[in-house]
Design a protein around this ligand. Sequence first.
Ligand code: DX5
Ligand code: ZN
Length: 218
Amino acid sequence: MATRICPSILNADHSRLFQEIDQVLSADLLHLDVMDNRFVPNQTFSLNECREIIGYSRIPVDTHLMIADPDEKAVLYAEAGSSSVTFHFEASSNPTNTIAQLHNSGVRVGLAVKPKTTFEAIEKFLPDIDMLLIMTVEPGFGGQAFMVDQLQKVVQAREAISKLVNKAPWLQVDGGISLDTIAAAAHAGADTFVAGSAIYKSTDPKDMIKKLRELALP
Ligand code: DX5
Ligand code: ZN
């Protein structure tokens, strides 16, 4: 099982964003958190800013939409050049359709769940997606404490993924991932790790990516 580290630029210095992106080129994916002040009480990058970031980044961009109405808007982020687009189950009124639309746009498709959403609620979508994102904090802000109680959901998801035939969606965790928590998340079955403050508040982001990767090895 491959291990993927995805630095989140949410907690990077936005006044020097391009230099901040250049600090994490040893990572696998650049995690781009889009918030609209509706689905979550915070606002981040506009679609145009996303286009600039995606255009600049030399590593693939993993776009995490924390927005209302993803069924109408998700495709725009695929067309903007994202490598993967992840939308929230809780915000979607027709996940099946949005998954199909995104696939038609040529991106990898991720489905995200908030901490209170059960695995059972989204299990049926597993064969159709490329990544399941289990939030390990309430979405909206970086720098929050890792929710250990979400690990059980990761275990459940890994078990279900291992039973799929001809399909192995990536299993991503996002929120509070650090040197203290990444091994537990990996042990539970995650293979794709978002880390915001752990990487961007460290003095040496490249070394932090290396250390996180080592701790997450299966
Ligand atoms: C939170 C975002 C995360 C955030 C993670 O809603 O989805 O991607 O940037 O930040 P840390 O790693 O600091 O919890
Ligand atoms: Zn995120």
